[in-house]
Design a protein around this ligand. Structure first.
Ligand code: DX5
Ligand code: ZN
Length: 230
């Protein structure tokens, strides 16, 4: 039963990168109805990563379609000038990459000062130790299990050790009275890789391709399968 209750705690964040961009409002409503816990929104600038997606105006347009928290993953550099626009557009959690700007601490302070939850996203080659000096000011640590920029990539196995290492750090932090920190894994998550990420310590799973494949009629089954209930 322990594994069942653990699985039940896992939250699923569909990445709308894999949704039909011609009907984003409908897609967000459909995954919310299908059991999603967050909406993961990938922001890419064609500079920090080799792909372009959407800006704050699209996030703002989506906001009335859904009550779920918007988990906004910024893959843009520079990043600081975009924190307030995304906060105003309706982001609930804003994550950034330490490589995206010169002052990670200041950027996290800015997100918190805007009344939003702050996240740090670690690329596959970014060391775990980057979070050590900011543990007290993050609400989320996002482990990239692919290189950022595209959906539909293969899960990078070496990130399982990183997830475990971060789980140990987060548990030690909260045991010492620190604030709760979610541990999110993003990239190549499907019904095969999800249980391994969960076993390593993840408590939020981003899933784009694995959520949106098969169209709206499949979303509830897809999400249940990723959660381990399929
Ligand atoms: C990649 C993005 C991911 C991506 C995941 O840069 O951060 O959120 O959408 O896509 P899948 O789930 O298809 O690997
Ligand atoms: Zn993402």
């Amino acid at each position: 039963m322990a594994s069942l209750s653990k699985a039940a705690q896992v939250r699923i964040a569909p990445s709308i990168l894999a949704a039909d961009f011609a009907k984003l409002g409908e897609e967000v409503r459909a995954v919310a109805a299908a059991g999603a816990d967050f909406i993961h929104i990938d922001i890419m600038d064609g500079h920090f990563v080799p792909n372009l997606t959407i800006g704050p105006s699209v996030v703002k347009a989506l906001r009335p379609h859904c009550d779920l928290p918007f988990d906004v993953h910024l893959m843009i550099s520079p990043v600081d000038y975009m924190l307030e626009p995304f906060a105003e557009a309706g982001a609930d959690v804003i994550s950034l990459h330490p490589e995206a700007g010169p002052h990670l601490h200041r950027s996290l302070q800015t997100i918190r000062s805007l009344g939003k939850k702050a996240g740090v996203a670690l690329n596959p080659a970014t060391p775990v130790a980057v979070v050590d000096e900011v543990m007290d000011m993050v609400d989320l640590i996002l482990v990239m299990s692919v290189n950022p920029g595209f959906g539909g990539q293969i899960f990078i196995e070496s990130q399982l050790d990183k997830i475990s290492a971060l789980r140990a750090r987060i548990n030690a932090h909260t045991a010492a009275g620190g604030q709760p920190i979610d541990l999110e894994v993003d990239g190549g998550i499907d019904r095969e890789t999800a249980p391994r990420a969960i076993a390593a310590g993840a408590d939020v799973l981003v899933a784009g391709t694995a959520t949106f494949r098969g169209g709206p009629d499949a979303y509830a089954d897809n999400i249940a399968a990723i959660r381990g209930n399929g």
